[in-house]
Design a protein around this ligand. Structure first.
Ligand code: NAP
Ligand code: GCO
Length: 266
């Protein structure tokens, strides 16, 4: 093994929904590792916000307006990226939403919306990109899964169903396209400090920490929330040649949550 195996020099990476948050952090790490970066977001305003964030970080990227649930838009964006960069070596299906609603209070339309973004879209985008990867003789697909790929909790039925499905979609892409030297793996972040989890960390009116904040810290051996930086090294590994024989694996980056029953009451 050589350290160059971890390099992404000469690679073209598309990270979906990467104007900020986890996607932005992964794209930034890929750029540091030498990759050319493409990202999309759902609106021009969101893409412009992302472009400003990347410029501030000194990262050269190309942004595309694309709703990942729209198959025609995804196909057009895929073709445009290939026209602009010549190929797509790495795809990160990062774009995602969550709706925290008790299941019996959730409308079917709300359930479908979460499934559409968190599960149907990774299928749509992967299906659009895989032919180019087959043509190029290699490819890396990384699906951003979740603790909810393995565990349930109150109010996240749609999200857990989607992320559980995304785990199995990851394994199926690995099974169906491994012979074309395409590796499809997942990253399962623990509880990470991003806008998506901000409601779970809000300070209470009396200034105390959110009960869920304290709960997660008690369930995490690392005794802290994760940061997007914690995900960067694992993502570069799964995007690099260093992981060419890793396929269908969900790499949980959770500080040990899945291994731990939780801190006993003091
Ligand atoms: P986030 O802060 O909410 O960012 C999600 C990104 O996805 C945003 O840029 C959003 O764009 C974009 N997006 C949503 N729907 C889209 C669509 N239809 N088309 C294109 N872009 C779309 O989320 P995050 O915390 O960074 O999470 C990123 C991924 O990690 C998600 O898949 C999430 O489920 C997963 N994850 C998060 C955590 C965590 O603790 N934060 C843990 C495990 C897994 P707009 O802002 O324009 O809507
Ligand atoms: C929630 C959180 C989690 C995290 C993440 C954990 O409401 O439970 O949003 O779902 O986003 O998916 O891995």
């Amino acid at each position: 093994m050589e350290m160059k195996d971890f390099s992404l020099e000469g690679k073209v990476a598309w990270i979906t929904g990467a104007s900020y948050g986890i996607g932005f952090a992964i794209a930034s790490a890929f750029a540091t590792a030498g990759a050319k970066i493409c990202f999309n977001d759902i609106s021009q305003a969101a893409v412009d916000r992302g472009l400003a964030n990347y410029k501030e970080a000194g990262i050269e990227v190309k942004g595309y307006v694309c709703d990942v649930t729209n198959e025609e838009a995804v196909q057009a964006t895929t073709e445009q990226i290939i026209k602009d960069f010549g190929k797509i070596d790495i795809l990160v299906n990062n774009a995602g939403i969550i709706k925290r609603i008790p299941m019996c209070d959730m409308k079917a339309s709300e359930f479908r919306q979460v499934i559409d973004v968190d599960l149907n879209a990774p299928f749509i985008v992967s299906k659009a990109v895989i032919p180019n990867m087959i043509k190029n003789g290699h490819g890396k697909i990384i699906n951003i899964c979740s603790m909810m790929s393995e565990l349930g909790r109150e109010t996240v039925s749609a999200y857990a169903a989607a992320k559980g499905g995304l785990k199995m979609l990851t394994r199926n892409i690995a099974s169906e396209y491994g012979e074309y030297n395409i590796q499809c793996n997942g990253i399962g972040p623990g509880y990470i400090e991003t806008p998506q989890t901000a409601p779970l960390r809000e300070r209470q009116p009396d200034g105390s920490r959110h009960p869920f904040d304290q709960f997660i810290v008690s369930k995490t051996p690392a005794a802290r929330w994760g940061t997007t930086a914690d995900l960067q090294g694992p993502a570069v590994f799964l995007a690099s040649d260093a992981s060419n024989f890793v396929n269908g694996h969900i790499l949980y980056v959770d500080g040990g949550i899945l291994a731990y029953i939780g801190k006993q009451p003091q």
